[in-house]
Design a protein around this ligand. Structure first.
Ligand code: MRU
Length: 358
């Protein structure tokens, strides 16, 4: 199945916290269970979070409609009084805010929520059953578009790779970070499908190991050659000439910086030092055209992600910890940004204009 899907009144998703040991589908039937799934990273990765945000509003509309129908003993698909609609929209706005606040850095989450809320409000409907249908249609459209956009993005990026390249990636920007296909890994897949032989170096991506648990697993499933390294091995491999290109995804792209999993900035500096092309692959929905690096909040996660793995202590139980989930890479360190609409080169002074107009 896809990473995240609508399933008859619930949101079904692959529980990514269990991979690669267990492949399990879970269902979120309430907004609070969806929020728990997002905070716990059962669903993660910027484009997948965009779909989760969209489906989350559809779920809130679905459950809200049922609650109002039950409370008023009026079937939701018949008459909606103005007061019922007011209560319905009030609850929907509250759910939308709750979902958006789960993870602040990936812009796609808020984008998905706002897009579905916008579709309801722009429709001008005053009927609960209609609003419920509009929300679900828009959420499904977001998910479908994600798959199509990633395919186009992959094809646009594939041309940048040469037969025989060894490509380093960080975190997981594969199909599990999206509805399907993937961004950075989607580009690698497209290059391989075009007949190029690539091998991938997957950084483990401490502390939650999205690289070792998810990217390495995904690539092995596709039989694309992949070697797992610790994050700190990247520098010496670059110095030894063992890396031809770096490609990563993004959680948000402002005019001056790319926000992505912590450790991305380090790879970008190392790539620059060793004259290795550094690519960022992201759909247009990841761009934040009105903000700059200083405006963005970087999510800080709990100390136990560093202090322990399950029951095994990796540090003293009360060790002071600093655990930001993301970092900012100055745009000057990025060779090219690959999108579904084409490849942009930040070294060009007008690189940003295509985004402002799209
Ligand atoms: O904390 P995560 O696992 O959600 O972080 C994910 C990343 O940093 C990805 O690289 C990014 O979202 C791009 S996914 C196409």
């Amino acid at each position: 199945m896809r990473t995240i899907e609508w399933n008859n009144g619930t949101i079904a998703m692959i529980d990514q916290t269990l991979l690669p040991g267990e492949y399990k589908i879970i269902e979120c039937g309430t907004v609070s269970s969806l929020c728990e799934a997002i905070v716990s990273l059962r669903v993660r990765g910027a484009p997948a979070l965009g779909a989760a945000g969209g489906y989350g509003v559809a779920l809130a509309a679905h459950t809200g409609a049922h609650a109002i129908a039950a409370a008023t003993t009026t079937p939701a698909n018949t008459m909606t009084t103005p007061l019922m609609f007011k209560h319905f929209m009030h609850a929907l706005h509250a759910a939308a805010e709750m979902i958006k606040q789960t993870r602040p850095t990936a812009i796609n989450l808020a984008w998905g929520v706002d897009r579905v809320m916008g579709a309801i409000m722009e429709s001008g409907t005053r009927r609960i059953d209609e609003a419920k249908g509009i929300a679900l249609n828009e959420a499904i459209t977001i998910a479908e578009e994600d798959v199509q956009r990633n395919r186009r993005l992959g094809q646009n990026g594939a041309a940048l790779f040469e037969d025989g390249d060894t490509v380093l990636t960080h975190c997981n920007a594969g199909r599990l970070a999206c509805v399907d296909v993937g961004t950075a890994i989607g580009v690698i897949r497209a290059a391989v499908e075009a007949g190029k032989e690539l091998s991938v170096i997957s950084c483990e991506t401490r502390p939650l190991n999205q690289g070792s648990r998810i990217t390495t697993w995904e690539l092995m499933q596709d039989q694309i050659p992949v070697t797992l390294i610790t994050d700190s091995t990247a520098g010496s491999m670059m110095r030894e000439g063992k890396i031809d290109r770096v490609i990563v995804g993004a959680d948000r792209i402002t005019r001056d910086a790319v926000f992505n999993k912590i450790g991305t900035y380090t790879h970008s500096v190392l790539a620059k030092e060793h004259s290795i092309p550094f690519y960022v692959a992201a759909p247009i929905s990841t761009f934040d055209p009105v903000r700059m690096e200083q405006d963005i909040m970087i999510e800080e996660r709990g100390p136990d992600e560093l202090r322990r793995i399950g029951d095994v202590m990796l540090a003293p139980a009360d060790a002071a910890v600093y655990n930001p989930a993301f970092d900012a890479t100055p745009i000057a360190n990025v060779t090219a940004v690959i999108t579904e609409d084409g490849v942009m080169y930040p070294a060009k002074p007008d690189w940003w204009h295509g985004i402002m107009n799209s």
